[in-house]
Design a protein around this ligand. Structure first.
Ligand code: ARG
Length: 565
């Protein structure tokens, strides 16, 4: 990039046109033998009052000694620049080899806290496929921000409060028993009870009154009800922990909605004191009609609190506790309005930090292959999808590389990677359809393909039994496929920064695929173990740089990189 700027500034000095404007004119020559960068000289014809070929000749004459440019050639109306690919290769590769896993890292985040609210599952509800995106997107953002030097706080804002827990309590007391719940899959058992409650309540509406009374008991911390309520939470978390473990996802805080129960009164009071609430039909609301939004409900007419009340309280708590630089909510776009209302209320409260709250929204997920949802309305459990993916992967690997040591572990890494990848390979706002054929295609733009390429780099390096970068002849990396590979590796740091600014990990996963496809081309075009030591060392060094960059990119999107596949 600097190199292009360099060129533009030198051209600018000759013709007087601003360098920024010239930068927009630069083209890539139609074929590599015509150089790396082309300047169309007809753009300068007016200013320089000459025919384009004459301009090209004049500029070629005046522009000697540009750093990083080895040759300048006028060709018709174009001026072509040949870059010093060897120098470029050396700079990029040595930087990657030197930085290793911290390639592209920075200190921009030093001393800054970033709260990331993601996954945020609901107690007693299935951890289903539609929670995949929030979980992997949030996890990836955490790794990206960590890489840039921020201190991140990952928060699982549990959905563990609300009248549905009254229903759970009644259902459990009537039809459940601890042993069944604890011995099977706790969440599935609890969900069964919840479904049964609704079926029975249709026939007997008095159950709903019982449920309301039961929730009241939870609110009043009646010991027996409270103990059960906490147990629901405990067994759910234990159940979902299996999924988090498969994914390698961890949280710094599980403070969910219930956590804010005793913190809400003070916040509600401050809303009232600031005069931004009003009473409407017995409800306490913040009127947002001025901003084109429906009111934000703070207290229901029965003085129950709401999802909004808890989120307002949680935001205030996060600011007080973590003094965040940014407070991210990784939640589906279905909740766009919820967060617009939330942020507006925070702003009306006079919090200048409301502007640091961001709703990182994303599209819906669906399954192309519906074999999991046998009956209508059934949730597709994420754990089932992951386990199926691991199984399918194992079958593929048994076929491809039956002698692989650590088959189980590699099947897990690749099977999980395949599932994680999909929602992180496109702009997050796009709806995403999961399909097995796509996810497990080892030759497509998938995690398994990237993992496979990484393993190929490892294998080349293993067989070479070491190399010496200081003995590399960098000028041997001037061919097209080597130069293209180096360019892709050099692009990773920018991709990481853009991903953090736009909350878009796909910018990283796309760069990873770019590096992989170019590595594979490089691998087929070149004999890495060349007889010439300078060439061999240079090719091994670029292979090592590719390995490091792929592994890092995969790590940042939450995908592991086995060394053998
Ligand atoms: N539990 C909610 C759901 O599953 C998501 C919570 C998101 N976080 C928040 N602070 N509102 O829809």
């Amino acid at each position: 990039m600097d190199l292009r700027l360099n060129i533009c500034e030198r051209v600018s000095a000759v013709c007087g046109i601003p360098a920024g404007e010239i930068a927009g004119w630069l083209e890539t020559p139609p074929s590599p033998d015509k150089g790396d960068i082309a300047l169309p000289c007809f753009k300068l014809a007016k200013t320089m009052r000459k025919a384009p070929p004459a301009i090209a000749v004049e500029l070629a004459d005046k522009l000697s000694d540009i750093d990083g440019v080895v040759r300048i050639e006028p060709t018709g109306g174009y001026l072509n620049f040949f870059l010093d690919r060897g120098g470029e290769a050396k700079a990029v590769i040595l930087r990657v080899l030197n930085d290793g896993a911290s390639y592209g890292a920075s200190t921009e985040g030093e001393g800054k806290n970033v709260c990331i609210d993601y996954s945020s599952i609901n107690i007693c509800k299935p951890f289903a496929i539609h929670h995949l995106t929030t979980t992997v997107l949030g996890h990836s953002l955490k790794r990206i921000y960590d890489h840039l030097g921020y201190h991140t706080i990952s928060i699982n804002h549990l959905g563990d409060w609300g009248t549905q827990f009254g229903k759970m309590l009644v259902a459990f007391q009537k039809w459940g028993d601890r042993q069944t719940v604890e011995s099977g899959s706790p969440v599935r058992e609890l969900v069964k009870l919840y479904v049964r409650f609704h079926e029975e309540a249709e026939k007997d509406p008095s159950l709903d009154d019982e449920a309301r009374a039961a929730f009241r008991k939870i609110e009043l911390h009646d010991p027996e009800s409270w103990e059960l309520f906490e147990w629901f939470r405990e067994v759910t978390l234990k159940d979902v922990e299996k999924v988090y473990k498969l994914l390698g996802v961890e949280f710094d805080s599980y403070n969910g909605e219930a956590f804010y129960e005793d913190k809400m009164p003070a916040v509600i009071q401050s809303l009232v004191d600031k005069g931004i609430t009003k009473v409407d039909n017995g409800c306490t609301i913040v009127d947002l009609s001025e901003y084109g939004m429906p009111p934000c409900l703070i207290l229901k007419s029965n003085s129950g609190t709401t999802y909004h009340t808890r989120d307002i309280t949680a935001a205030v708590y996060r600011k007080n506790t973590y003094d965040f630089y940014k407070n991210l909510y990784v939640v589906a776009y279905q909740q766009n309005l919820h967060f617009r209302q939330l942020f507006k209320v925070l702003e009306l409260m006079g919090n200048d930090w409301a502007k640091d709250c961001v709703h990182v929204n994303f599209g819906m997920i669906s399954m192309a292959d519906m074999t999991f949802s046998t009956r209508k309305g059934n949730a597709i459990y994420l754990e089932d999808v992951l386990r199926a993916s691991i199984e399918k992967t194992r079958a593929i690997m048994m076929d491809k590389s039956p002698d692989l040591p650590d088959m189980d572990e590699v099947a897990r890494q690749v099977g999980v990677g395949a599932v994680v990848w999909g929602p992180l390979y496109s702009s997050r706002i796009k709806d995403f359809t999961f399909s097995w054929d796509k996810a497990l295609n080892f030759e497509g733009e998938t995690a398994p393909y990237a993992q496979y390429t990484h393993a190929r780099c490892c294998s080349v390096l293993r067989k070479a039994e070491g190399y010496d970068a200081s003995a590399a002849d960098w000028s041997k990396l001037g061919d097209e496929s080597s130069a293209a590979l180096i360019k892709a590796i050099a692009a990773l740091p920018d991709a990481i920064r853009s991903a953090s600014e736009k909350y878009e990990p796909y910018l990283i996963s796309r760069t990873v695929i770019d590096i992989c496809s170019r590595f594979n081309k490089f691998y087929f075009d070149n004999r890495i173990m060349d007889d010439d030591a300078g060439t061999r060392n240079a090719r091994l060094a670029v292979t090592d740089a590719a390995r490091i960059a792929i592994k890092l990119g995969l790590f940042l999107v939450g995908v592991e990189a086995p060394e053998r596949m």
